[in-house]
Design a binder for this molecule. Structure first.
Ligand SMILES: [Zn+2]
Ligand SMILES: [Zn+2]
Length: 764
């Protein structure tokens, strides 16, 4: 019979996901000889046999591929006939310039979970059980190709039993790089906050559980870093954690053993259940159920709770239900204020000894620190708020080729973005670039991504802001390496991110309602309530909120009362003694504020929508000072009466959105004794209607029908859902974020898209 041979190259996430054993078994099923191996750019296969069988083999690859694999392309090439003997899995090849995407970490699979609780299994209650379908990936990978010696598992030599599984193509642990067992793998132990070991293995887990049940605070080393944990039903324990962490009010993330437990506390739909149980297992912000109780101080002033399921075997062992054992644990990032989450044992002891009563440690090193991801559901689909564990470093796939770019991102909620070929590698959440540790972490992560994905930036992009650390980093690098640098306006980056991730071509003109907190404007003022029209090259700013003073800059952000009075002052309304924001400041503070406003001292102008939400929240008495970002706006949203459909008037005058009539109506509501939920609803309805009015005006003036909704304010679910409903009724297309967050977590991606397009069009 006629025989031929083929070389097949597969691109995508095909390493660390059981791809080679899948190919092995597929070849065996067709009785085709040849080989498969990982290369630095994917998987290569050579195979011989009759052409019909080879055709069916190739056709099966995308259809039958393992669940975690993501195939981007399959190249099949006819080669000279080679008579192979049997089918073999060859060891990895490495070419320095090729690359492949790296799999993110994957939550424990159902098979491993079953084994974990099976007393007959040799890995019964072993906290590091994993297989080709689950377990750590990105957090343990030091280098590619993805092979055990290039991970933090390199120091653990496989025992004969594990080796047999690792080498047996029929086994579900075949070439699972982090494979381990109680005999050969990592171990857990418990130590006190002076560093003395208390006990280890099963005993350590039992003691840790006992301490949690008794109301103590534990630092627990997880997948991408440490958590701080305590009983979510114990207000004293939660209060102690808040006190020691200097975090008075910001809501804590929660973890429960299973979906049934989560359902007791929050509303869970089919879509939320699917996302909670997905291999990504993010934290989901879900509406609280009435009548069930956790400690109130877990999430003060919140109508939503952030829940996740245990995503590692260790978490499952810690959460397993038991008599008199808490069914929900607080699981908050193990860090100090806004510093990066801690990943090393010694560092944890140094920094967290004043917070944790004990440490549940293990000896599998974490190479890359990664926080938990946070999502909401909007129209039953995931809507990211923080994109980190189990999402990064999955690239965003594009329809066009990109040069190699580094975009360094914004100051707050920093992520950076590296690009090559058709991929944009948006980094995991780095955090607030205001301290040295975060800046160090940012630089290390850039180096790691550049190395993993073989990227040497040919050009750079950064925020226009003169002082952002990330921008300074880019300017220094551009100067020292003589690279082109694109400095990009913050809200233009939001617009670009929103359009490109929705599949809009970079040259297409779209509009954006960019409602944000802070961004450096082209005129040197602080923007944030902007209507932009443009593409990945240029933009116009047809409308914006009328600028108001931001007295004292940061001081006005931390004290919404100041923002409220400043807004009243700017619009010519008196500071009536009956107003909650007036009462919140004493006579001396008010005098100083007035002088500051009148003399324009340290008072930048801002058109920020985020600040408008702060001001109005303060005006109606929701909150006058905040202890975490957006606290006033979040509590304000939580008050919205869903049955209220009234709204306040507004005027669009020239390019400015003026708020006199809205403020007048709001102040009248206050005098008439309207309830906070009614006023909150009317204000949210007003901004939704304003969005519609602005979009319709843009549609008329520019014949544009696509509207990007981007900026941190769009994390406000009440506002977003009201706006989406109005857009739908009026046949306007809203482009909302699905792959990147609407907040500043998308900015680096947008910067990269603008730089790529400007570079390409200038060059041609
Ligand atoms: Zn598994
Ligand atoms: Zn073993």
């Amino acid at each position: 019979m006629l025989k031929s041979s083929r070389h097949i190259h597969i691109n995508g996430i095909v390493q660390g996901v059981g791809f080679r054993p899948f190919i092995f078994n597929l070849a065996e099923s067709y009785d085709l000889p040849g080989w498969v191996c990982n290369s630095a750019s994917g998987v290569d296969i050579e195979i011989s046999g009759d052409p019909d069988k080879l055709g069916r083999f190739c056709a099966d690859i995308p259809i039958k591929a393992p669940p975690l694999a993501q195939i981007d392309s399959i190249n099949v090439e006819e080669i000279a006939f080679t008579p192979f003997k049997g089918f073999e899995i060859l060891s990895s090849q490495d070419k320095a310039t090729d690359f492949i995407p790296v799999s993110p970490d994957v939550a424990i699979c159902a098979d491993c979970q079953a084994e974990l609780f099976d007393p007959q299994d040799r890995r019964y209650r072993y906290p590091f059980i994993n297989c080709t379908n689950c377990g750590p990936r990105f957090t343990i990978i030091k280098e590619i190709p993805y092979d055990r010696p290039k991970t933090t598992m390199a120091g653990f030599e496989l025992c004969p039993d594990c080796r047999e599984e690792y080498e047996n193509p029929a086994d579900r642990r075949f070439h699972a790089q982090p494979v381990a067992c109680p005999v050969c793998g990592p171990q857990v132990w418990l130590e006190d906050n002076a560093g003395a070991k208390l006990n280890e293995n099963e005993e350590a887990i039992q003691s840790a559980r006992q301490m949690l049940a008794e109301g103590q605070i534990l630092a627990i080393k997880g997948l991408g870093g440490f958590h701080l944990a305590c009983d979510a039903h114990n207000p004293a324990a939660v209060a102690r954690l808040r006190d020691r962490k200097h975090r008075p009010a910001k809501p804590f993330a929660l973890m429960a053993f299973d979906l049934e437990t989560i359902r007791k506390y929050v509303e869970v739909t089919d879509a939320t259940a699917a996302l909670l149980r997905s291999p990504q297992a993010p934290i989901l912000l879900l509406p609280r159920r009435a009548g069930t109780h956790l400690a109130k101080n877990v999430a003060p002033g919140q109508t939503k709770l952030g829940f996740m399921l245990p995503y590692t075997p260790l978490h499952l062992l810690l959460l397993k239900p038991g008599p008199n054992y808490p069914d929900v644990l607080v699981m908050t990032s193990g860090n100090l204020s806004e510093a990066p989450v801690i990943r090393e044992n010694r560092e944890a002891q140094e920094k967290l000894a004043g917070i944790a009563d004990a440490f549940l440690m293990h000896d599998r090193p974490i190479h890359m620190r990664v926080d938990d991801s946070v999502f909401m559901l909007i129209n039953d689909a995931p809507y990211p708020s923080r994109r980190a564990r189990s999402y990064a470093p999955n690239p965003i796939r594009l329809d066009f080729d990109l040069p190699q770019i580094l975009a360094t991102g914004p100051q707050m909620k920093n992520t950076f973005c590296l690009t090559r070929d058709k991929y944009a590698f948006l980094s995991h959440y780095i955090g607030e670039m205001e301290n040295w540790e975060t800046y160090q972490d940012f630089q290390e992560a850039i180096q790691h991504y550049e190395n993993l994905f073989r990227i040497q930036p040919e050009l750079l992009a950064c925020d226009l802001h003169p002082d952002y650390l990330a921008s300074q980093y880019a300017r220094t690098k551009a100067a020292s390496e003589n690279l082109a640098l694109y400095e990009i306006q913050h809200h233009h980056a939001h617009l670009a991110a929103g359009m490109i991730e929705n599949g809009v071509a970079p040259e297409t003109q779209v509009a954006g309602l960019i409602f944000d907190g802070t961004g450096y404007g082209l005129d040197g003022t602080i923007w944030g309530g902007e209507v932009l029209v443009g593409n990945c090259d240029t933009f116009e700013r047809p409308f914006h909120l009328r600028a108001v003073p931001l007295p004292g800059g940061e001081a006005a952000i931390r004290k919404p009362a100041r923002m409220a009075l400043s807004t009243l002052w700017a619009y010519g309304f008196p500071w009536d003694d009956s107003l909650p924001s007036v009462q919140a400041l004493n006579e001396i503070e008010r005098q100083a504020l007035l002088t500051q406003l009148e003399k324009n001292l340290n008072t930048p102008q801002t058109s920020s929508m985020g600040r408008l939400f702060d001001a109005v929240a303060a005006l109606i008495g929701v909150r006058q000072t905040i202890s975490y970002e957006a606290q006033a706006a979040i509590e304000f949203e939580g008050l919205v009466d869903k049955t209220e459909s009234g709204y306040y008037p507004f005027i669009i005058k020239g390019q400015e959105i003026a708020l006199q009539p809205m403020l007048a109506a709001l102040l009248k509501d206050l005098r008439d004794g309207a309830t906070q939920p009614a006023m909150a609803a009317r204000f949210h309805n007003t901004i939704a209607r304003l969005s519609l009015a602005l979009a319709q005006q843009v549609q008329k003036d520019y014949s544009i029908n696509q509207f990007v909704l981007s900026g941190g304010v769009w994390q406000n679910q009440a506002l977003l859902e009201k706006t989406l409903a109005l857009f739908q009724q009026n046949n306007l297309t809203a482009l909302i974020h699905r792959q990147t967050p609407p907040n500043d977590g998308c900015v680096a991606f947008g910067q990269a898209m603008i730089a790529a397009y400007r570079y390409k069009t200038r060059k041609e």
